[in-house]
Write a protein that binds this ligand. Structure first.
Ligand code: NAP
Length: 532
């Protein structure tokens, strides 16, 4: 498919700016065709206003029609064939197999959302029937359900060019809810973004969706993102990326005359605590599993384990040696783009100079800086080191982690307390360990969004129960997830109808319950029709 590099405002292409930027291949440093046009504030307004003008039509489309649209997006994405995978691989350095895995993930996710909205109970319809005879005052008839909020701005991250980008859960859940979407394409993979956007637009056309429910704008200048979030027609924004980027845009959203929710999923340290029983029984297995999790995707996952704490002992010493050996075997590999590579190498230099850290292992092969290759590193410290340099608990995006030697349970609890909010926390232990280390688990429950037992943080199951979020700075709002079907909750709000005529209620709240959805009627779950 030929790419144009232009803004896609509904089905129209636009390129009003003279400013362009190239896409490039991080492996070779070569530029890829075509160039991409920075969007202007006028184009951003056109996209948002178009979205606002069709919101009323889109929100009133039947859930069935929106589900068909999500399924059509899957078909159009698959129809892109290898073009999508090859472009994503060229723009990010990810192997083709990884790109295919991302595509499988978005297809599975869109299907889950399609099933969710066909079933209908996600909208949380509630009915409290009125009673005119109630004394001393009649009881009103009160009904409520979740309703879509309007145009959503979406920002994807560089590390998942397919799965957390244009076609990610943010866009799909917003469509499922009935909200139009304007995506700010990631400048590190703008061609992949354009292909994905064209799949959405083809699906929208096929399903007769109103023009404007989807637009995509480009920009390498951070002003583009700022301008989009500031636009009064945007009702919420979803962001996946760095803490610096997320925080900057979160502040923009809060400073608007009418503030809007800004759902940011950001970086995280994802600690692993290895408890003594597990260490004694399976140190080899845990060391191998940890290093695989650390180096997978060149460590470029928000769930990358940046810290591993264990009790000082012979077992822990042996574990540290095993980890250092495994890390030395990691062949340096290309990072996503020059910016991420530079941030990583700079961060490693700072850590190497830290008086609180000892470098205990690194890739034995030398990385090629011209191909943005990262080596893996493993450092060691103790509670005192963490206390004197809390930046050791910050995310450094890449294949690097720190082992923390603990003298006792108090050290582990103190480290967990010092940690910022995290997307995940993993514990390796036996049942007995869990009883003995209960105070640690209580702290982790406050600090992390996902608690993992005898496993590793990388690799998130896309399902109904998953929670991918956590206390700040893992996420801007710890109540919400950016993966799994619960993420639809970010783009809806409850609307309550009191004594409203049945024929004018949303279908889900009408007495006849024509969609057969499960509702809470007078406090009891039911999918029955009600007597008029
Ligand atoms: P990023 O640099 O923050 O970029 C994300 C998006 O935000 C891009 O479109 C970027 O555009 C925009 N942006 C960044 N700073 C901005 C600012 N100050 N004003 C306006 N727009 C701004 O993040 P990334 O490098 O792509 O991704 C890596 C990070 O994402 C890592 O920290 C990783 O942990 C995190 N991540 C988190 C999750 C999660 O689910 N929690 C998943 C994947 C990745 P520009 O490039 O034009 O600035």
């Amino acid at each position: 498919m030929n790419l144009t590099g232009k803004q896609l405002i509904g089905h129209r292409e636009s390129a009003k700016s003279d400013e362009t930027f190239p896409a490039s291949n991080p492996r070779s440093g070569t530029e890829l065709e075509p160039v991409f046009y920075e969007s202007t504030s006028e184009e951003i307004s056109e996209a948002v206003e178009l979205a606002g003008s069709v919101f009323g039509v889109f929100r009133n489309r039947l859930a069935e029609e929106r589900a068909d649209f999500l399924e059509a997006i899957c078909q159009e994405t698959m129809a892109l064939g290898d073009d999508l995978l090859e472009r994503a691989s060229a723009e990010t350095g990810h192997p083709l197999a990884r790109c295919e895995m991302e595509r499988n993930r978005i297809i599975h996710q869109a299907q889950l959302f399609s099933e969710l909205i066909r079933e209908g109970s996600w909208a949380d319809a509630r009915i409290d029937l009125g009673d005119l005879d109630r004394q001393p005052m009649p009881k009103p008839d009160v009904r409520s359900m979740m309703q879509p909020i309007g145009p959503i701005a979406v920002f994807g991250a560089s590390n998942f060019p397919i799965a957390i980008s244009v076609l990610g859960a943010d866009t799909i859940s917003a469509f499922a809810a009935g909200c139009p979407v304007i995506v700010k394409a990631h400048p590190a993979h703008p061609g992949t973004c354009e292909l994905a956007a064209r799949a959405i637009l083809s699906a929208a056309k096929r399903c007769n969706m109103p023009e404007g429910i989807f637009s995509m704008i480009h920009g390498r200048n951070t002003e583009v993102g700022r301008c989009l979030v500031e636009h009064p027609g945007i009702m919420a924004a979803a962001f996946t990326g760095s803490l610096a980027g997320g925080r900057a845009l979160m502040d923009v959203a809060a400073a608007r005359p009418v503030p809007i929710p800004f759902y940011a999923e950001m970086g995280s340290v994802n600690p692993i605590f290895v408890l003594p029983g597990a260490l004694a029984q399976k140190k080899e297995q845990i060391a191998a599993g940890f290093v695989t999790s650390l180096t997978m995707g060149v460590g470029q996952f928000c769930t990358n384990p940046g810290l591993v704490a264990g009790m000082e002992s012979d077992d822990w010493e042996k574990f540290s040696e095993l980890v250092a050996k495994k890390v030395s075997e990691f062949a340096p590999s290309t990072m996503l783009h020059a910016g991420i590579y530079e941030a990583y190498t700079k961060g490693i230099e700072i850590r190497k100079k830290s008086a609180d850290l000892e470098l205990i292992g690194k890739s034995s092969a030398r990385p090629n800086p011209d191909a943005c290759e990262a080596a893996a590193y493993i450092f060691q410290t103790n509670r005192q080191g963490i206390t004197s340099d809390p930046t050791l608990l910050d995310e450094l995006f890449g294949p690097v982690s720190t082992l923390v030697n603990c003298g006792g349970l108090e050290d582990m609890v103190a480290i967990a307390e010092k940690m910022d909010g995290s997307l995940s926390a993993s514990v390796h232990g036996t049942e007995e360990d869990l009883i003995e280390f209960h105070p640690l688990l209580s702290v982790l429950q406050r600090k992390a969004g996902r608690l993992i037992f005898n496993g590793y943080p990388v690799g998130i199951e896309v399902c109904h129960s998953i929670h991918h979020g956590g206390p700040y700075p893992a996420a801007s709002h710890s109540f919400f997830t950016s993966i799994g079907t619960r993420c639809i909750e970010r783009f809806v709000r409850p609307v309550c109808y009191q004594d409203w005529p049945d024929s004018q209620l949303p279908t889900e709240l009408q007495n006849a319950n024509p969609l057969n959805v499960w509702r809470i009627v007078n406090g009891t779950r039911s999918n029955n029709a009600l007597k008029a």
